[in-house]
Design a protein around this ligand. Structure first.
Ligand SMILES: Cc1ncc(C[n+]2csc(CCOP(=O)(O)OP(=O)(O)O)c2C)c(N)n1
Ligand SMILES: [Mg+2]
Length: 612
């Protein structure tokens, strides 16, 4: 069945190819051939299938589109220009400093939900969005366009697995199988059966199409949502399709056409190109918007001084408590929920909890996906296991995502399980995230208050929790603003300011008591906000102790609390002596390890005496 609609979509696809070529030629860089293989699929989705309001890309029930192969950004920009959202002349500003049409998509543009370009991340974010649609009873679909080279990434298959497990029929992956990657052919080229088997193994319904045959693409898309499986469309395409001298040729990845080549290409494409402007796009159904507004307040907490509660458990208590009034909160975990205590939230609000199984990269993507749909996602696992998903966290920073990460089992204080389970690099890693917040509470009250702060603060916030129980030292009504610190001990004549957080704060207090008995005073500060650091509070205290500071942390010496304090206060002439883990840990009792690595009360006492 050939009708005018198909001719129109073919024409729009060529118009998208033209924009992709002219914008990359004007920029002098970019990936035109990666755009051209996908042009027919993109034109069909945007002008023949998806339901959305092109004037309002953020409308809550619009179909979502994630360009996971982010280097094909020009074709995405071209599609939105052809919907009429902005003038097509803007496309010529591609990759210029003064323009938001960056080399790879970022949410600086209103129609981009998440940054892409680090390949392999889009599908897990799509899983989060599809789960959010289900939670909010909305009927939008989420479409994710991937490259055939890209799907070598393990994170793609973590996401494929989860989508299959949760039967996300509102999630559609389209693989642009153009046979080529960056430097050579992809491993499986046009052996479409390999991709079919892989997706099928993860519980997907799979269709393969000629990715340049609009009629076939439309027909397959008409089956979206037919059964209860996610749908993978393997589109057999040619890189550079539509222009004879680049089509299916190796050596054209990431290379713009020069002016003469562009003119030749346009001569081939122009006769059949049609603008999409004015083409009517199906509207999304009218369903109520979810209530994603912040609550007026949270229920009170109720600890008694001297109670002994692990901060990881207080995290679970906090989430279950504030989840009552804050409908935006959702949580996810990677099969550690009985250790991180996120299970306390799951038991109370099962529909708002996603078990991601042991797939941390996918878990962070899922959280980012929920975040862009207006939720406040808390993702938890052992701090050590966030290291493997650092790229997702880094890119979430570029996405300016609203993401809450909670890492438990930090430092040598976890004891017997040994070094593979100890988070000893997490502060360094999380401090380096642009605009991120890093929190490290020492007792149950401060943990709960900081979880409230995280929920109320947009952006990426990391909370570091401890395995052993620690005493409750704060009153239930004590405020814990992000960027604050608590001066717990301070007297005239103190010799040194000791700065600690988490388990080492407990040790610092013990050290202060021991030293007091010997007539030596120290100032003790709880630096629960590692980033931003309470610079003024710390500087003022340090100046009263002869500019002498000792930091104590259950983290490697590189990039943790000590480096933070030193980095922030070196210009003020303050001398920072670091006590931290400086060698490879091993299994043992928590106390033994804290002593062995010189971060317990005795080590603090010794250090203070050596300085006074
Ligand atoms: C994680 C990651 N590794 C490497 C790259 C560099 N890179 C950009 S595009 C590309 C090839 C992608 O091939 P494919 O997915 O087949 O996309 P195509 O351009 O063929 O559509 C590579 C290796 C990247 N952007 N991200
Ligand atoms: Mg490819």
């Amino acid at each position: 069945m050939i009708d005018t609609n198909i001719e129109l979509l073919k024409g729009i696809a060529n118009q998208l190819r033209i924009h992709s070529i002219t914008s990359t030629t004007a920029a002098g860089s970019g990936h035109p051939t990666s755009c051209m293989s996908a042009a027919d699929v993109v034109a069909t989705l945007f002008f023949g299938h998806m339901r959305y309001d092109p004037k309002n890309p953020h409308y809550h029930n619009n179909d979502r589109f994630i360009l996971s192969k982010g280097h094909a950004a020009p074709v995405l920009y071209a599609a939105w220009a052809e919907t009429g959202l902005f003038p097509t002349s803007e496309l010529l500003k591609l990759r210029k400093f003064s323009s938001d049409f960056e080399g790879h998509p970022t949410p600086r543009l209103p129609f981009v939900d998440v940054a892409t370009g680090s390949l392999g991340q889009g599908l897990s974010i799509g899983v989060g969005m599809a789960l959010a649609a289900r939670l909010d009873s909305l009927d939008y679909n989420t479409y994710v366009l991937l490259g055939d080279g890209e799907i070598a990434e393990g994170a793609v298959w973590e996401a494929a697995s989860l989508a299959g497990i949760y039967k996300l029929k509102n999630l559609i992956a389209v693989v642009d199988a153009n046979r080529l990657g960056q430097s050579q052919a992809t491993a499986f080229g046009h052996d479409i059966g390999v991709y079919r088997k892989r997706f099928e193994a993860f519980g997907w319904r799979v269709e393969d199409v000629d990715g340049h045959d609009i009629e076939e693409i439309l027909e397959v898309l008409s089956g979206v949502g037919l059964n209860d499986q996610p749908l993978a469309i393997i589109a057999r395409t040619y890189k550079g399709a539509g222009v004879s001298f680049v089509q299916d040729k190796d050596g054209w990845h990431g290379k713009p056409l020069n002016k003469d080549e562009a003119a030749k290409a346009l001569a081939e494409l122009q006769p059949s190109a049609i603008s999409g402007i004015g083409v009517s796009i199906p509207s999304p159904s009218l369903l109520p918007a979810p209530n994603n507004s912040a609550p007026a307040g949270y229920p009170p907490l109720n600890y008694k001084p001297g109670d002994s509660v692990a901060t990881r458990e207080a995290y679970g208590n906090a989430l279950a408590r504030i989840g009552e009034t804050d409908q935006r909160i959702v949580a996810m975990d990677g099969d550690t929920k009985n250790s991180t205590y996120s299970e306390k939230f799951m038991k109370k609000f099962p529909a708002r909890f996603t078990e991601c199984f042991i797939a941390e990269q996918c878990m962070v993507g899922v959280a980012v996906g929920f975040g862009v749909r207006g939720k406040v996602p808390f993702a938890s696992t052992f701090a050590a296991f966030f290291t493997r998903t650092y790229d997702q966290i880094r890119v979430a920073g570029i996405s300016q995502a609203n993401l809450k990460l909670v890492g438990s089992h930090v430092g040598v204080s976890i004891g017997e399980d040994g070094p593979s389970q100890m988070g000893l690099e997490d502060l360094a890693m999380m401090r380096a995230i642009t605009g991120g917040v890093v929190l490290y509470p020492s007792d149950a009250v401060s943990t709960e208050k900081l979880v409230e702060q995280m929920a109320q603060t947009k952006g990426i916030c990391y909370l570091r929790t401890t395995r052993p129980k620690t005493p409750v030292i704060y009153r239930n009504d004590e405020p814990f603003p992000i960027g604050g610190a608590k001066v717990l001990r301070q007297n005239a004549g103190d010799k040194v300011t000791v700065i600690a957080a988490g388990i080492t704060l407990v040790e610092a207090i013990k050290a202060a008591d021991a030293l007091k008995n010997e007539g030596i005073g120290i100032t003790v500060i709880d630096a629960y906000s590692i980033k931003p650091l309470a610079r003024d509070v710390i500087r003022a205290a340090a100046q009263k102790t002869n500019n002498l500071v000792v930091t104590v942390e259950d983290h490697y010496a590189e990039g943790g609390l000590g480096d933070t304090v030193a980095g922030e206060l070196s210009a003020d002439g303050i001398k920072v002596h670091k006590l931290a883990v400086t060698a490879l840990p091993r299994s043992g009792k928590a106390e033994e390890l804290l002593a062995h690595f010189g971060i317990d009360a005795a080590a603090i006492v010794k250090k203070v005496k050596s300085l006074s």
